[in-house]
Structure formats: C-alpha cells, structure tokens
Design a protein around this ligand. Structure first.
Ligand SMILES: C[S@@+](CC[C@H](N)C(=O)[O-])C[C@H]1O[C@@H](n2cnc3c(N)ncnc32)[C@H](O)[C@@H]1O
Length: 200
C-alpha cells in the first residue's frame, strides 16, 4: 500500500509523462447520467481531485458555481487553460483533499477516482474534508473502483461492505450502482461504483 508522499509522486509523474489513463478528455458519462436525471440539485459545487478539469468544465457549463482542486499543480494548470479557452469560469486551486480548507458548505460534492485512492492512506483526513465542505442535505456523487472485479492494472477498488462502513456514518446512500469507467483506451473499462449520497 503506498504512503501519501508516494501517492502524490505517482500522480505528479502521471501528469508530467501523460500516462493518465483516467483522463479520457470527455465528461464522465456516469456523471452526465446523474446530472440529466436531476439528482444533483443546487448551485454551488466542489470537485475534489479535478485533474485536468474536464468534468469541472461540464459542471460549470451546466450552471453550477464550481470550485475545483487537485494536489498536482500541472493538472490544475491544464484545467485553468481549458476553462480560459472555453470562456467558462471555474474557481481552480491547488489543494490537498486530506488537509486544506476548501470552503463551503457546498450544495454538491463530486469526485471521480479520489475517494478510492485516498481512503487507503488517510480516510480520516478525507472524511473530515468532506464533512467540512458539506451540510445536511448536501449531495455527494463519488465514482470509485469496484472490488468485485480484480485486475492487476487499473484503479484502486473498494467493496460494498467497506464503502458502506466508511461513508454511511455521515451520508445516507441514495443510490449505489455499478457502471464501467471510461479510460483513454476504449478496450479498458474497469468496473466501478457510482455512489450517490446525501449528508445526514
Ligand atoms: C484517477 S485521477 C482522476 C482525476 C479526475 N477526477 C478525472 O476524473 O479525470 C485522481 C486525481 O485525484 C488527485 N488526488 C489524489 N489524491 C489527492 C489528494 N489527497 N488531494 C488532492 N487531489 C488528489 C490526483 O492528482 C488525480 O488528479
């Protein structure tokens, strides 16, 4: 299991070398499905671990006031360039999901592929961040790797038992469903969880 420093270095290297299979360049179809179904009501939204900002851009285009952060500066720079080129305003910051103050409380929180990483090293810090960024009624959509399918290469995974044990003390799970992550390789579609929650 990596430690927090190794984990950050892994992501810094990924953005520096372009080896970032999660970065398909298209908004997450699962996020789009949830948005189209009207399941993320509200105005203000925090994206945790936004990478190069593809989903943040989609969210801002749909009318949310978006704050988004990632702890890799190069990723945040890429997101800034994308939002500038698109003429879409997003509050983009470099920040750590396990420590810094990220403002709020927000109406909506979104993460794709961050909870499943961070939980292995500093679940407590991550949940404190989510707690501070939310209030009763805040919806959180987390897209995470699914432990039902084992693979050598690919995103970290979490079982239903573990995610319920970790998330349910603070959030009611409204919908838990399986889908497949899209990646930069069409043939690689790891099994995932779509976890739609509401803060208790
Ligand atoms: C699998 S990538 C997904 C990126 C983006 N959400 C997407 O869907 O393209 C995970 C992202 O989380 C970021 N990340 C991981 N741990 C973090 C932490 N503790 N604080 C902030 N960002 C973190 C990584 O730098 C990386 O950009």
């Amino acid at each position: 299991m990596p430690n927090e420093i190794e984990d950050r270095e892994h992501f810094v290297k990924a953005y520096a070398t372009g080896q970032k299979p999660w970065d398909s360049g298209l908004p997450s179809p699962e996020l789009v499905r949830v948005l189209d179904a009207g399941l993320l009501p509200g105005k203000t939204l925090l994206e945790i671990g936004c990478g190069t900002g593809t989903n943040a851009l989609e969210l801002a285009r749909r009318g949310y006031t978006v704050t988004a952060f990632d702890y890799v500066e190069q990723a945040v720079e890429a997101a800034r360039a994308k939002s500038k080129a698109a003429g879409v305003k997003i509050e983009l910051k470099v920040g750590d999901a396990t420590k810094d103050n990220h403002g709020g409380p927000y109406d909506v929180i979104f993460d794709r592929g961050v909870y499943h990483h961070v939980r292995r090293m500093n679940l407590k810090g991550f949940l404190t961040t989510v707690e501070h960024a939310s209030r009763k009624g805040t919806r959180w959509l987390s897209l995470a790797g699914n432990a039902k399918e084992k693979h050598e290469y690919g995103p970290p995974t979490v079982s239903e038992k573990d995610l319920r044990a970790e998330l349910e003390p603070l959030f009611k799970i409204i919908d838990l469903r399986e889908f497949r992550f899209g990646t930069d390789k069409e043939e690689f579609r790891p099994l995932a969880w779509s976890i739609l929650m509401e803060r208790k």
